[in-house]
Write a protein of this length. Structure first.
Length: 117
């Protein structure tokens, strides 16, 4: 069995870091949302299920990227993530629900017309 060429077998954190670097390099205002609260109590008004990476695309459109390690099993908070991403999508955001590689994110942004090449 052969694996897809852009399949990324690294950790989710590593994929997230490289995706964020690529977005910033392309001039997209993007940041690590750091919504992970494992081991800490949730405080304030943080939204359960928000995407791993958030950004602002040309024209002010929200970018929401949920990074997953290829083949990773669903997590306990996956229902909340799907709900948040569905709301963002309904409001017009560019949502990438399961980014398993930097290439997947760039391909979607290319398809949406935000990057060329």
């Amino acid at each position: 069995m052969s694996l897809p060429q852009d399949l990324d077998l690294r950790s989710e954190q590593s994929i997230k870091k490289d995706t964020l670097s690529a977005l910033i390099h392309l001039g997209i205002l993007a940041w690590d949302n750091r919504s992970n609260t494992i081991g800490r109590r949730r405080r304030g008004t943080s939204n359960k299920g928000t995407a791993d990476i958030l950004g602002v695309l040309r024209g002010g459109r929200l970018l929401a990227v949920e990074v997953k390690r290829p083949g990773a099993p669903p997590r306990a908070n996956e229902a909340a993530q799907k709900e948040w991403l569905a709301k963002a999508d309904a409001l017009g955001a560019v949502v990438i629900e399961r980014a398993e590689s930097v290439g997947m994110v760039l391909e979607r942004l290319r398809a949406e017309g935000y990057i060329s090449g």
